[in-house]
Design a protein around this ligand. Structure first.
Ligand code: ATR
Length: 274
């Protein structure tokens, strides 16, 4: 029987993970099965217990279970600890190892696929919620010149800076203070795009030739990307590369072999246009 993996979430039917992992498995000659589990709300532990009891090897976790997965695991990476959330688990008897590959996937996408090494760049991240927490440590590890975090609720940006202090400097800032600042990379890690909203970021924050990156995936030209385009920014990306790269990280962790991502990203790309 092939090793079995799954993604758990609620809802989950929209997930691209089975397609991504099946493509990776074909490409690398790995024999595995990857399915979807629509986890009943409030029953994460029981559902994962049953999956493990069936002999499963690993699991991806998406909304709303990333915090439940953090609590369920008994070995957590520093990335997962800082994010306070888990998006991948590996099972080995009683061991439940937990990781958070979202931020690593983001960084790989920016650096390897979009050709912007972050070292020495001025980076602005909008948002200080779960997505931003997952990205903070992998971003800091690249030694940007600055990592500024803007959030509506400034106290949450300050909390994130405090949490990350052992790893590097995050500058918390309110949206009002951004008008006189310029950045080489602007990341939208808020959930605003999911509701078609625009964070109150001034269009002047984009340095000439800046990269505008929307962490959400498959929404086309979001209000944030439209703001960037109208400010004359040509380098724009959404989170499709991040999605595929975090999957590649999980695949490598589970199988010990790194898949190629470019063709999978191209297959899933939704054009960024009106
Ligand atoms: P996620 O896990 O997707 O990050 P979250 O933890 O609920 O979701 O965090 C949502 C983030 O998006 C927060 O930083 C939130 O700002 P506040 O902390 O001030 O609420 C931000 N956000 C959501 N809608 C926004 C909007 N319309 N404008 C600006 N920021 C927004």
């Amino acid at each position: 029987m092939p090793d079995t993996y799954a993604a758990i979430g609620n809802p989950i039917s929209h997930s691209k993970s089975p397609l991504i992992h099946a493509t990776f498995a074909r490409q690398t000659g790995q024999d595995l099965s990857y399915t979807l589990i629509e986890g009943p709300l409030g029953q994460f532990s029981q559902t994962v217990d049953a999956f493990r009891a069936s002999g499963a090897s690993g699991l991806n976790i998406t909304a709303p279970f990333k915090l439940d997965a953090f609590a369920y695991a008994n070995e957590r990476s520093s990335r997962a600890q800082l994010a306070g959330a888990v998006n991948a688990m590996k099972f080995d008897g009683d061991r439940v190892q937990a990781e958070n590959f979202d931020g690593l996937g983001l960084v790989r996408d920016i650096q390897e696929n979009l050709g912007s090494p972050l070292r020495g760049l001025r980076v602005l991240m909008l948002g200080a919620g779960g997505a931003a927490r997952g990205a903070a440590l992998p971003l800091l590890e690249q030694s940007p010149a600055r990592l500024v975090v803007a959030n509506r609720t400034l106290s949450k940006a300050r909390d994130l800076a405090t949490l990350c202090r052992p790893y590097g400097v995050i500058e918390p800032i309110s949206y009002f203070e951004l008008a006189s600042e310029r950045f080489d990379v602007v990341l939208n890690a808020t959930s605003a795009s999911l509701r078609g909203e625009l964070p109150p970021v001034p269009a002047e924050v984009f340095a000439p030739d800046a990269l505008a990156y929307e962490l959400a995936y498959g929404k086309g030209l979001t209000p944030f990307l439209r703001l960037a385009r109208n400010a004359g920014i040509r380098r724009m990306a959404d989170g499709v590369g991040m999605l595929v790269e975090q999957a590649a990280e999980a695949f490598s962790w589970w199988r010990g072999i790194r898949p190629q991502t470019r063709a999978v990203i191209e297959m899933l790309t939704v054009p960024l246009k009106d």
